[in-house]
Design a protein around this ligand. Structure first.
Ligand code: NDP
Ligand code: 2IT
Length: 443
């Protein structure tokens, strides 16, 4: 057994109930073995055992009072995974499925993703099993205030800087920021994804979706192809999906699907971005409402979009939403590219199947890094007490995505896996964290 296999085995024994975490860690560790072979000093320093164990996990009670006056209790988490490269940085997920396994997988992914951006950010993730869906604004506010009442003592601009993720958008970040300010009497760059009137960055809202499409363009150019005229199936209808739709359509692609956890919409005329924003951002409604005003569009209840014919698939909803059956359908229908806008949306066997069948595959930690990269740019602007223009931030985002593509491509080539971006992104992200951890001693 080699070093990575031994650590995977330890994780499987110690954390047998944490399936998502084991899945993410196994994928990473399996692919970085060539880097471990090249650096035997890493094993002597217990580097991989330290990398997969979060530096700190905080779990806390989040009590709040609902609109009927009833006391509700949720569980809050912050997994501060790795601070070798900078303050902990990563989103807060509010979804009933949230548990430690999911937040540990996200925190580990975030550590390598943030490394790929080349900005000084460590990795973290947090959240709660609170479900913002169907709650009033006042209920969401009371929840956020209670969540921050505990989180406040663990975060700070040089310690840990949370942001949005599933269920945490501009509204939630605003309430969290207000609570932090009240508890500390400090206006600090302690959250990203803030509103533009109070320190947010232009283009942060768009950044993850736009960045994923910029990454896709790099892949297409590698194969001497162009995004213009390509048919794209996108899943999700939230922040990432919306702005992936917008940028892809702006560049001449034909986006035919979007979805939520109840089903998907197929629109042969191309997804109407303005309608999507109206339904999801303004009305906080369900995606099935889209077909009311779009006569040619069809709604498929309880189905995923992967059976539709497309050149490119972009899963932008949640983990493990594209499985082996879906992968088979995509290949059978002639899809040539899969770009992960979400974190680990593709199951391990589906990823292998896609790659074996000639699909050019981009892992989330590379393709969706534009969101956290722009969070890093938001922090820079806050620290400079300046606001950059939309174009300036978007240009920097574009450069960062091009550089991430290049470093993943080059690392894969250097270690004998040319064209495998899963491999390249893991190795390139890992080596920088490893170097910093080695320099900082056993800690
Ligand atoms: P949003 O909350 O804005 O949207 C999430 C979307 O995914 C919704 O359409 C939601 O549908 C759907 N979804 C959520 N859970 C499930 C589920 N269990 N099954 C099916 N569909 C589901 O989140 P984001 O767009 O911000 O995040 C989407 C993905 O992108 C996540 O994996 C996130 O970690 C990742 N990501 C986000 C970044 C960001 O900047 N926001 C940055 C990088 C990655 P429904 O309304 O029915 O729940
Ligand atoms: O998964 C992610 O990269 C995010 N949810 C964004 C994190 C951030 O700090 O902007």
């Amino acid at each position: 057994m080699n070093y990575s296999q031994r650590v995977i085995k330890q994780l499987q024994e110690r954390y047998k109930d944490e399936s998502e975490f084991i899945q993410a860690a196994s994928e990473i560790l399996t692919t970085i073995q060539p880097a471990l072979d090249a650096h035997p000093e890493y094993e002597r320093a217990g580097l991989v055992e330290r990398l997969v164990e979060p530096e700190r996990i905080i779990i806390f009670r989040v009590p709040w009072v609902d609109d009927e006056g009833k006391v509700q209790v949720n569980r809050g988490y912050r997994v501060q995974f790795n601070s070798a490269l900078g303050p902990y940085k990563g989103g807060i997920r509010l979804h009933p499925s949230v548990n430690l396994s999911i937040l540990k997988f996200l925190g580990l992914e975030q550590t390598l993703k943030n490394s790929l951006t080349t900005l000084p950010m460590g990795g973290a993730k947090g959240g709660s099993d609170f479900d913002p869906k169907g709650k009033s604004d006042s209920e969401v506010m009371r929840f956020c205030q209670s969540f921050m009442a505990e989180l406040v003592r663990h975060i700070g601009p040089d310690t840990d800087v949370p942001a949005g993720d599933i269920g945490t958008g501009a509204r939630e970040i605003g309430y969290l920021f207000g609570a932090y300010k009240k508890f500390t009497n400090k206006w600090q760059s302690v959250l990203t994804g803030k509103g533009l009137s109070y320190g947010g960055s232009l283009a942060r809202t768009e950044a993850t979706g736009f960045g994923a499409v910029y990454f896709l363009e790099n892949m297409l150019h590698q194969k001497n192809e162009d995004i213009k005229g390509k048919t794209i199936a996108i899943s999700g209808a939230g922040n990432v999906a919306q702005y992936a739709v917008k940028k892809a359509e702006e560049l001449g692609a034909h986006v035919v699907t979007v979805s939520d956890s109840n089903g998907y919409v197929y629109d042969p005329n191309g997804v109407d971005f303005d309608a999507l924003v109206q339904i999801k951002q303004v009305e906080r409604g369900r995606i099935k409402e889209y077909v009311k005003d779009h006569r040619d569009a069809q709604y498929h209840e309880n189905e995923r979009p992967w059976g539709e014919k497309c050149d490119i698939a972009m899963p932008c909803a949640t983990q493990n939403e594209l499985d082996l059956d879906d992968a088979r359908k995509l290949v059978a229908n002639g899809a040539k590219y899969v770009v992960e806008g979400a974190n680990m949306p593709t199951t391990t066997d589906a990823t292998e199947y896609l790659q074996k069948n000639g699909v050019f595959f981009a892992p989330g930690k590379a393709a969706n890094a534009g969101g956290v990269a722009t969070s890093g740019l938001e922090m820079s602007q806050n620290h400079e007490h300046l606001s950059w223009s939309f174009e300036e931030v978007d240009d920097k985002l574009h450069d960062i995505m091009n550089n991430i593509y290049k470093s993943a491509w080059d690392a894969a080539k250097q270690y004998g896996h040319e064209g495998d971006l899963v491999f390249g992104a893991n190795i390139a992200g890992f080596l920088k964290v490893a170097d910093a951890m080695m320099a900082q001693g056993i800690c």
